[in-house]
Write a new protein. Sequence first.
Length: 541
Amino acid sequence: MPGLQLGWGLAACCLVWAMAGTVSAAPCDYSRTDVLPAAPGDVAAHRPFHYPPVTYPYGHKPDSGDGFALAYVVTAEGKVACAGPLHPDAVLTPQRQALIDQVGGATFQPFLIDGKPAEVYVREDVSEAEAPQQSVEPPAGDPASLYVRLYQILPGPVQGYTVELHGDGQVVFNSITLGKHTYQVDPETVRRLAGKAAAVDFWSLNGYPPGTTGLPAEWLTIGYGPEGPGQVAHEVANVWPGKRGIPVSLADLNTAIIDAAQVSTWWPVTDATVARLEQESFDFRSDAAVLLPITAMADERVSDALIMRLLDKVPLATGDGTMRRLLLEHAIMRRRKPVIDRLLALHFLDEDGSLSPLNVDRAFCAALMSGSLPLVDMMLAYHPRMACPGEGLEVHYVSPMFRVGRQGDVEAIAQRLSDLGVGIGGYEDGRSTLAAASMAGNSALVGFLLKKGADPNALAAAEPDPMMAPPLNLPALCWTSSEDVALQLLAAGARPDGGDRNDCGHFGRWATDNHWIRVIAWLKANGYADWLQKQRNPAAA
């Protein structure tokens, strides 16, 4: 969240807490159904202050992921009626209490609903950082020998790049898709990065834990001198600002590095990017060059015309079979009809001179994910086997019902599958079709499956998975993060308390945390008010 570039040490935080203690608001009743949630994007414009980064001394940050979940209610007059931690069992540190008190004593610009001031519920996630273990002074190196190296992973099928900047203005950009490119920028632009690094205390920063994948997502190295044993350098892994305790101020340094290296020249792919590649005699005929249109296709900003231009340059006829298959699948999933027609005309469904059942199956399943009934019908003309390759290392197939996308002609596609004899049963990764659709928030598919007789209270797995903890063997209601889907399941007879089956253990709390006022109202109206209170605060039960 954007904020003033301030660090709150423990003493400073406690001082603010003491000064603000007299304006602390009462805790909120998050199960109220008469207060609508504020749109997340509107909150900062109504709040009278920016959140300063909440910083803990090294080793004292609560182990609670990215930050602190704060919830409060703002009246129609802009006063805070109540404020507190979203989760009752959250660790209430002095830093967090100071923040609660600051919010509780503030006067907001009133929120408008239908043009009139209204009382609203606000939920915000406040970034929390951890101070370095020790303070390290930046080395006094020769500006001309400055070395900066940033590795980043970007969204998309084959993404990631490394950029190196040198104090003499030399920049080296390297990626699997675009290859290696060396060019010059203004040396002073690069050298100013040393001051920006010092401003965020980069040399004192710790390494940070990886994200949910368990793999590093970024590395940033800054040093002086040539690479090798004699180089003075510091490296920080997983430099995602504002995440997992990383200082928000690091975002300014990341942006400055990306701008200095002119990364926008290469990403996203534009006509100027292709012209630059042509100017540098990029080998468009290499097998790896097939990755370029695949990468470009993932970005909605890239036009079909530019992708067609790339297709004229890369070795489509002789490229690797896996790359050809991926290219067709991504074109189908993104509904790029001119590209699809071009690839089909080049026999991208073939393998060794004849139609490949695997290629047909994968293209058909990509059409299901696209949400386009015309594309599904186009692929049906090639007679797929009505099964989709499953995820994972072992070769297996699942019902195509699992691959129906969330948007577009969802119900029509599901009906087409049903007309062709595809049932609503089956399991993938221990989840039924209804559980998988609920988890994806696919409201249209959930509605179709329920109309076809899917049991909303059936456990997700056909039988307990020995590799899965028993609490994960749950009915569809326990998997969804969509209020619309939750209401569909409840209306169809789903038991929020599990009945005589497995209790979700968290559904009531999830509903109140996200202020699902329609779900809360349904629960209260259908005899679950006491159960909801116990879910919200087990200690008070």
